[in-house]
Design a protein around this ligand. Structure first.
Ligand code: GTP
Length: 235
């Protein structure tokens, strides 16, 4: 598969590295170096990052917090991660723009689709913060939505598991990994890839999803270079 424009979905938790909370500067710098290599290949890169290393709205709600309030806190957490990633990328001399779904003009540009596309065309990495700007939606849904809006070729979802398995590989050592699988099969087999809102949005818009292990150094570059790692989900 040849990529011209990708949307990379990073989990907030991955930014913790070995920590229990927050951002590990070492992990952040590793991510920035890998992303730089991808940009240097002439691939346009947009990024959506989660906020779970700082705050998760769902977790807040299960502890009695108002869900909408919690989701707003989660959205702000993604902006914090976006700023950290922007800074790490700029340390690597990568040009970036951060756009947010909630207006925080003093901190970042508001999300404007056409402007985002222009930035990408000019070789800038565009980081989308604040999810979709709405409560009850995950950052996976934000990633799919933005990928569709900017016409990305696919979503690369970096996780700590190296693909989609027929059962949880962290619990079952005999779990079998799929190299490719259809959207339909993921649903019929009850496999967990993304929440259903994100997943069906991707399916309906024929946007392939690739699940891969982002924590293995070099994986992102290998993937965009055409190596078959992870699992491709397609129609
Ligand atoms: P071009 O149109 O290609 O020149 O893009 P550009 O992003 O360089 O132009 P612009 O003049 O819009 O932005 C210059 C700088 O200001 C960039 O670093 C933008 O990220 C930043 N910027 C633009 N709009 C906003 C905003 O609403 N808020 C914040 N905080 N920064 C902004």
């Amino acid at each position: 598969m040849q990529y011209k424009r990708i949307l990379l979905k990073l989990s907030g938790e991955a930014l913790m590295g070995d920590r229990q909370y927050g951002i590990d500067p070492k992990r952040l710098a590793e991510y920035a170096k890998e992303i730089k290599e991808v940009v240097e290949k002439g691939i346009e890169v947009a990024i959506v990052i989660g906020g779970g290393n700082i705050f998760r709205g769902v977790a807040g709600a299960s502890n009695g917090m108002d869900r909408v309030q919690g989701d707003h806190m989660g959205m702000l957490a993604t902006v914090i991660n976006g700023l950290a990633l922007q800074s790490a990328l700029e340390d690597e001399d990568v040009h970036t723009r951060l756009q947010t779904a909630l207006e925080i003009k003093e901190v970042a540009e508001p999300y404007i689709k056409r402007k985002a596309i222009r930035h990408l065309e000019k070789g800038r990495v565009v980081i989308f913060g604040a999810g979709t700007g709405n409560p009850y939606f995950t950052t996976d849904t934000a990633a799919v939505l933005r990928a569709i809006e900017i016409n990305a070729d696919c979503i690369l979802k970096g996780t700590r598991v190296d693909g989609v398995y027929d059962s949880d590989p962290e619990k079952n050592k005999d779990a079998i990994k799929f190299e490719t699988i259809t959207f339909k099969d993921v649903i019929s087999k009850g496999l967990k890839v993304m929440d259903m809102t994100a997943f069906t949005l991707s399916q309906e818009n024929e946007l392939p999803i690739i699940i891969f292990d982002m924590n293995k150094e070099g994986n992102l570059v290998k993937l965009v270079s055409g190596e078959e790692i992870g699992t491709i989900i397609n129609n």
